[in-house]
Design a protein around this ligand. Sequence first.
Ligand code: ATP
Ligand code: FE
Length: 341
Amino acid sequence: TIILGIESSCDDTSAAIIKGNAILSNVAATQAIHVEYGGVVPELASRAHQQNIVPVVHQALSKANIQQNTISAIGFTRGPGLLGSLLVGTSFAKSLAMSLDVPLIEVNHLQAHILCHFIEDANPKPPAFPFLCLTVSGGHTMIVLVKDYFDMEIIGKTMDDAAGEAFDKIGKMLHLDYPAGAIIDKLAKIGNENAFTFNKPKVDDYQYSFSGIKTSVLYFLQKEVKKNPDFIKENLEDICASVQKCLVEILMNKLEKAAKDLNINEIAIAGGVSANSGLRTAMKENEEKLGWKTYIPKFEYTTDNAAMIAMVAQLKFERGEFAPLNISATARYDIEGNFFE
Ligand code: ATP
Ligand code: FE
């Protein structure tokens, strides 16, 4: 079965074609406009989606070398995300489904981040149920118990900022472009991760908190810059490496505790921050240290992409789970499937 997937929840307009579990094309238009503002401006994001969506879908079709009339269904991101952004993808998906007379399939963006692991080339082998998935992105940080494709339970989550948000906000303090996660990762590779240390938050069980470390980095930088105005420039790589080490340790400590308590050794990561090389290395190390079987998605399936949306649409197609044409996008839609219109 050939399915078109469309993703427009935040600032990337993406379209992908899937055949069975194999991705034939996965195209994205990244919106450069937000860099000058240091964050995503919702109004500008919706407009850019409006401009990008038709060319991106055309490109996905031509790269996959297929005709519109061979598509069996259209999957789209219903939520969560920015409402104005979601509306563009949702309206486009509905119109195209109507004109091609094919079924429409709604996809939860968070479930999709996790279910990207079932794309044929995401891993050498997909995870086995039940598995734990550390889902870390720009808007979410949670440990999810994945009992089945569409049966997910949140074991613990952040009480304040998401991990990606922490990377981005600390990046801003370091005068790096938005989004800073990947830039910090790159600079960290040539820095000394033991140069500086930051206090870790004390929170219960499997919960996370990232606002404290953000503040502690801010105070640290303010203090050092007062002594030496060039402190950031002169120590950028070391600061990045130290911050990344701290964030990765926070993420891994809770994940290790959850894996031990629940006695699960199938462990996955997903979401934009799962692209982080420090996190990926820490996961791999636990294969030997703790006997984990780890699932680390291919890079192109970590940050927002339509391939993961197409994958979920394929799974729902097999189950005959179609959406009515009057379905609406929803900005708040949790991983367990609850939504708030
Ligand atoms: P959500 O999925 O929660 O709605 P989102 O879709 O905006 O949020 P993603 O696209 O999944 O988020 O991830 C984007 C985040 O990932 C950004 O915060 C970005 O800085 C971060 N990120 C991307 N690459 C890396 C990296 N190599 N290291 C650390 N963080 C990274
Ligand atoms: Fe995302």
